[in-house]
Design a protein around this ligand. Sequence first.
Ligand code: NAD
Length: 425
Amino acid sequence: MAVVKRTSSNVLLDTALKNFYAAAEEMGLEDGLIDILSHSERKTCVSIPVEMDDGTVRVFDGYRVLHSSAIGPGKGGVRFHPEVNLDECEALGMMMTWKCSLAGIPYGGGKGGVSCEPLELSKKEKERIARTWAARMAPVIGAWTDVPAPDVNTGGPEMVWFMDTISKMKNQLEPAIFTGKPIPLWGSKGRTAATGYGVATCALELLKNLGKSAEGTTVAIQGFGNVGTYAALTMINAGAKVVGISDITGTYYAPNGLDIKKAFDHVSNHPKRLLEGFTCDGCQKLDLPEVLFLDCDIFIPAALEGVINGKNADKVRAKYIVEAANGPITPEGDAILDAKGILVVPDFLANSGGVIGSYFEWAQDLGGFFWSEEEYNERLIRIMKDNFQRVWSYAKEKNVKMRRAAFMAAIQRVADAVRMRGVFL
Ligand code: NAD
């Protein structure tokens, strides 16, 4: 009997399912496995009653989805956002399964959240929400079960409230259940730069495989936040010229190369961490979208999703794109870039430095022994290089684009794990 394909009215979940079915069919995956991997292992919904600062009580909805634990415990963020819902968590959990699988780390995929508007909450209200989420999710999360991390509107403080709550409930410290903790509380050195380093490592491996030198390669980067800054610094350290950068204040362009260290100091000292007011030798200020269309070898979108799409992809002049943001190119944009011969390194390979960094934090917490930043970076770069080469070779072997190759390689590793473990529970 053929698989009855799942569909969803939630666009994100429907797209995640369609992408999975298309790749699984192309790989010739057996029906039983397609059926298993198109479903989540566990979907947990909890109510979160909270006493607000004014004495009233509000009840929020909380979620955690474990898509697959075939390879290892679930891994994925917990977001606080008004649009969080179960379908979104399921879609993002499934994507985490493929991302962790491709990264070659011992994790499955999970995602969670609370439907709330953090801008309307005080710090104390956020703390009560976080602690109640953790207490009610205690039966389904754990260092060997499902390991949450920061996501939209959550960070170090939320991870500490989660960890403290579970630790007090169990009367023992449980640091390895959550990653993204501050360094003094079982966090890890090196995490801040991990995603940007990983993105730049992919860009440099790409050049190496193409027989090109990093020296003098021109780069443009959209977004000069956490990921964009560290990607830019790593590229210039390798000898590349970053000719364009941008943030919400506009595009900053210098055909002979921008002073990236000066730009980094500028945003570090700006109260809102913006490029506003930045200048250096030869720098011109252009409109916000211009960064997308600069004449350069490598373009790194490191801001938002869907920025290159059916309406503007034909204007892109870069030769290669390394996706740092999640989903910066729409399927329509992808088709146009493909026809123009622009090679794309897909997001879930290029930006996996973040989740590999989470794995490093977990490994250090379980061992109770901490690494230096140099050890962390050395291991990160080694893993990123291996992963890039695996996808590059797989794409050549199967004669497919890197995005499809990455997806197929990721699904293959999970499918192999399910086959080895067997169908039970
Ligand atoms: P960030 O908030 O630190 O920085 C985002 C940057 O994008 C800022 O400079 C902001 O001004 C800029 N920006 C926003 N809208 C813009 C626009 N319309 N045009 C140009 N610039 C714009 O975020 P980040 O942590 O650097 O993450 C960037 C992207 O990478 C996001 O898509 C995120 O999901 C993805 N990502 C981040 C990590 C991580 O570890 N931080 C991991 C995986 C994926």
